[in-house]
Design a protein around this ligand. Sequence first.
Ligand code: NAP
Length: 234
Amino acid sequence: MSNIVITGAGKGLGKAISERFGKEGSNFYLCSRTQSDLDSLESELMKLNSNNKVTKIICDISTASGVDFIFNTISEITDRVDLLINNAGVFLPGEISDPDCNNLEQQMNTNFWSAYRLTRLLLPAMKSSRTGTIINMCSIASLDAYPGGSHYCISKFALYGFSKCLRQELIPYNIRVISVLPGATWSNSWSGVELPEERLMKAEDVAEVIYTAYSLSNNAVMEEVILRPQLGDL
Ligand SMILES: NC(=O)c1ccc[n+]([C@@H]2O[C@H](COP(=O)([O-])OP(=O)(O)OC[C@H]3O[C@@H](n4cnc5c(N)ncnc54)[C@H](OP(=O)(O)O)[C@@H]3O)[C@@H](O)[C@H]2O)c1
């Protein structure tokens, strides 16, 4: 069974990805700040496949100590990570030119530094075993800036840059690095937005693509995945 680490697993895309992998049976290391989300996800995963094993890691991934806690928890159980999905993230609106908007640091910490720190901690074991897959949840906002979302875009450009550099660095170690760049997808972050259901993608569709990317043979890597709502970006 694969050892799978998923950050931001409690809701939205992270939950859908966990459930997709849960159909097959895996050892999960699931992170978020909300215990109740991970408790109900664990019940769901056990219903999907009784071979699933879940380690719930409650922490704030935006801090270095939170990331250390994730690494230490995993390390007490295993030194083998087959799949790391750096998914945790937050969207906060805001513009560079607004003097009252100070949310860049929070988004950099959650959307970029968490992935950078956790990957660096897990990499030595992955490199020495010369195996593994790392998936970074970037965004269409990693490709194009848009008004009202500047600080989010900066953090997602950073994550995408990190992911592209990592891909090059890890080729000699047989570790696959995949950048996933979804457009608007129904999740907690869109709650309260009044749009027809078909206007946004389903989290299950993004999860299915990630599952397929992981399932390819080690001879192939789905380097970059761009997914958009069929009706275009919002
Ligand atoms: N939905 C979209 O349209 C869309 C499009 C492109 C990319 N993305 C990216 O996809 C990823 C998931 O987004 P989503 O829409 O599924 O968001 P979501 O529904 O809000 O879920 C985010 C998850 O991350 C966790 N999280 C957030 N901040 C955290 C922190 N400081 N420490 C630990 N866990 C934290 C949340 O749990 P707690 O709050 O309980 O900690 C939650 O489980 C993000 O990186 C997002 O930028 C989303």
